[in-house]
Ligand binder design. Structure first.
Ligand code: NAP
Length: 327
């Protein structure tokens, strides 16, 4: 059986990817940080097939030990400080984990290596946030980067070091430049889940107001379940390369809010929404929209779930969770 090793296993994409690879017949190893990680305990209950391995992207020896234990054919580096707002307040931590963590993972792969006939293949979770103040629309693999947050800057370093190690040491290392992808497992701190959860809670009478930053920002939002398939497809290619995964559609935060409330039968969403500048980013990314034609042509990848279906899926999930909590 092929073996996969995933960092960031307790995150949204880690869950979807682990399920997907298990379905493909992989032995799946997930790296967990911390001495008593509550998310890991919950995940192990949900995905009992998972082998959890300790390790931290800040600690190279732990990465080497984790790879020696898992002996993977494929490594998916999803671990990161991934919340843009936090990256502004903890920029050094973000640079260390989201940026230097990639370098450490690549070094660990060089040390452990896999066999000569079967070298370890590596996937790096690059991000559309690298495009930031966009120089071209839609954005492709060749669009220059202009990150607008410490998160985006750290991801640019991670992306560039993958290209450099591929070219310098011949590693089978690929990066997926993924545009936003969401789903019921999205962290509550992210804007999509914050909105779908608030719409559900307001409908149930558990919350009365939703406080937002800008409603004008536009994103290319897809479904996480579609995107993890693309990650796997990249590592099945003979040659490593970089690919944009995106829907090619852009929607505003305002549309996200309107659709979420409509999904619980509330049309006059403006009554419940207040804007507060405290949620504005110091530098905003205004318009992200990706061109995934390379992934479609070379990998045969395309997104399946459209934006209204995605938002409805998230709202219905939040309704169920919140209704179960209600007295
Ligand atoms: P997520 O839900 O925020 O998960 C982040 C993961 O990183 C968590 O499992 C977290 O573990 C782990 N992590 C944090 N610090 C770590 C450290 N020091 N060592 C090891 N692991 C650490 O992120 P996601 O949405 O699944 O995204 C997966 C990856 O894709 C991330 O790299 C993200 O930046 C990137 N990406 C995401 C999107 C998107 O729209 N979702 C788009 C483009 C790129 P704990 O639970 O223990 O904190």
């Amino acid at each position: 059986m092929p073996r996969a090793f995933i960092t960031g296993i307790t995150g949204q994409d880690g869950y979807h990817l682990a399920e997907f690879l298990h379905g493909k017949g992989y032995d799946v190893y997930g790296m967990v940080k911390g001495q008593n990680n509550p998310r890991a305990t919950k995940l192990q209950e949900e995905l009992p097939f998972l082998e959890l391995v300790p390790g931290d992207l800040a600690d190279l020896p732990s990465l080497v030990a984790a790879l020696q234990l898992a002996q993977p054919d494929e490594v998916y580096n999803l671990g990161a400080i991934s919340f843009v707002a936090l990256s502004f307040s903890q920029a050094e931590l973000t640079a260390n984990i989201t940026g230097l963590g990639v370098l450490r993972m690549l070094e660990a792969i060089r040390m452990v290596g896999g066999t000569q006939d079967n070298p370890i293949r590596f996937y790096q979770a690059s991000s559309s946030e690298m495009f930031g103040k966009v120089r071209q629309t839609p954005q492709t693999e060749l669009t220059p980067f202009h990150p607008r947050s410490p998160y985006g800057c750290a991801k640019v370093f991670g992306h560039d070091i993958v290209v450099n190690y591929r070219e310098s040491y011949g590693l089978h290392a690929s990066s997926g430049i993924l545009f936003n992808h969401e789903g019921p497992r999205r962290g509550i701190e992210f804007v999509t889940r914050k909105v779908t959860n608030a719409a559900a809670r307001i409908k149930l009478g558990l919350q009365h107001e939703l406080v937002m930053g800008t409603l004008d920002a536009k994103r290319d939002w897809g479904y996480a379940g579609d995107y993890v398939k693309g990650m796997w497809m990249m590592l099945q290619q003979d040659e490593p390369d970089d690919y944009v995964l995106a829907t090619g559609e852009t929607h505003s935060v305002e549309e996200l809010v309107q659709l979420s409330f409509a999904s619980v039968g509330i049309d006059d969403w403006q009554r419940y929404v207040r804007q507060d500048p405290k949620f504005y980013r110091p530098a905003e990314v205004d318009l992200l929209i990706g061109d995934a034609s390379k992934a479609t042509e070379k990998l045969g990848w395309k997104p399946e779930v459209d934006f209204p279906t995605l938002i409805d899926m998230m709202v219905q999930n939040d309704l169920e969770i919140e209704a179960a909590k209600a007295p």
